[in-house]
Design a protein around this ligand. Structure first.
Ligand code: SF4
Ligand code: SF4
Length: 388
């Protein structure tokens, strides 16, 4: 109710520009799907208000609108009164799903997770196929590595590189048996299936507890939000793989030297929504953009300033069911990001979220920077050396 009746109609979520903060646009849906204000944070609030007040609205157009938001939360970042349109979108989606109104591609995505326990719909027994020839997996390791659905099924090179770098840094990892490696629930939560998301998350939490490990290391940014935000995993440290490597570098446990091929020229950093926008619930999310660039600079890499970055970065279109609901709009979102990095002079774009990496690679854009996961990048261009 607070959200519905406190909108100032200031239009920040529609057309905010604030050069000093790197804000040129806010909403990827307005930019690349439909510029009508009904598709903005303000528009979603107004539609929900009208529904609550019993106004008759055309249901098909409402469904199309509510399922074409990436749930990135950028409108929440810029809202001067702290309203939560992205949270509201998830709630309205859940109500629509409950009434059997889920669009077919959204229902199919939900079905993938419910039946196969991963968003790609890959058979569960293939979940650990990415690890077939990776060194650094040990059944008695104290650290559990959960790559998440995106790295396991769509960006396996990032999962392999992560295990390899952690192994070289002195942390062998254990994996969950394929049949227990469930989804964290994030893909279901964002498309309106909260109860099913909770069931997945509970099963994953039980598998984590059963593993006996004292630490869980993740690749998925949305998995980090899902597992740390809900306190499902008590007594076990949960962190992103980047956190662990950053800590080892800061403690002078490890160092990096460039490989013979040398680090590539200017690097663009894609700030994934879950690792930059506090509204997704990851502790210290707003600091990841600075920390990731600081690590790259310590490795001797030059990073480029993109048109939008940090907590206000415009979403690449990977999440919220956007690639399933409107694949062409989602591809335009990815295209827009990559062209912006190319314009800033980047020759490679890296992201700490495998979901974004897989989406950018799928976008089909040509003549733009190469896309790599952050560990894939480190492994490709640097030798890791333990410091005595
Ligand atoms: S959550 Fe993102 S895509 Fe959805 S309305 Fe807000 S800014 Fe636009
Ligand atoms: S930024 Fe917030 S207050 Fe301003 S129009 Fe958007 S939702 Fe309303």
């Amino acid at each position: 109710m607070e959200n519905l009746y406190h909108c100032l109609r200031c239009n920040y979520c529609v057309e905010m520009r604030w050069e000093e903060r790197g804000i040129q646009h806010v909403c990827p849906t307005l930019l690349h799907h439909n510029p009508a204000p009904g598709y903005s944070g303000k528009g979603y609030l107004a539609a929900a208000r009208a529904l609550l007040e019993g106004e008759e609205l055309p249901i098909n157009s409402l469904i199309e609108r509510f399922f074409n938001c990436t749930t990135c939360g950028n409108c929440e970042e810029v809202c001067p009164v702290g309203l939560r349109p992205a949270h509201l979108v998830r709630r309205i989606r859940a109500a629509m799903v409950e009434q059997g109104l889920a669009p077919a591609p959204i229902a199919a995505r939900a079905g993938n997770v419910i039946e196969h326990h991963n968003a790609a719909g890959a058979p569960i027994e293939t979940r650990n196929n990415w690890a077939a020839s990776v060194e650094g997996v040990a059944a008695d390791a104290a650290t559990l590595y959960l790559p998440g659905c995106a790295a396991s099924c769509e960006a396996p090179a990032e999962a392999r590189a992560t295990v390899s770098v952690l192994h070289q840094a002195g942390w062998p990892v254990k994996l969950l048996p394929a049949e227990r490696a469930r989804c964290c629930g994030a893909p279901l939560e964002e498309i309106g299936y909260p109860a099913e998301a909770g069931a997945e998350r509970r099963e994953l939490a039980e598998a984590i507890e059963h593993s006996g490990c004292s630490r869980v290391v993740l690749s998925g940014a949305e998995c980090l939000a899902s597992l740390t935000g809900t306190q499902f995993v008590g007594g076990v440290e949960v962190l992103h793989a980047f956190d662990l490597i950053e800590r080892a570098v800061a403690d002078d446990r490890i160092g990096f030297t460039p490989k013979a091929n040398g680090a590539p020229g200017p690097v663009g950093v894609l700030d994934s929504c879950h690792l930059s926008k506090p509204s997704h619930g990851v502790s210290g999310a707003a600091h990841y953009p600075r920390r990731i660039r600081a690590l790259l600079e310590r490795l001797g890499c030059q990073t480029v300033a993109a048109a939008d970055q940090g907590s206000y970065a415009v979403c690449c279109g990977a999440a919220g069911g956007m690639p399933q609901m409107s694949p062409q709009s989602a591809a335009r979102m990815a295209d827009g990001k990559l062209r912006s990095f190319a314009g800033a002079g980047a020759v490679v774009v890296i992201a700490a979220s495998p979901l974004c990496v897989a989406h950018l690679r799928r976008s089909g854009v040509r003549d733009v920077p190469a896309v790599m996961g952050i560990f894939e990048f480190i492994e490709s261009y640097f030798h890791l050396r333990p410091i005595a």
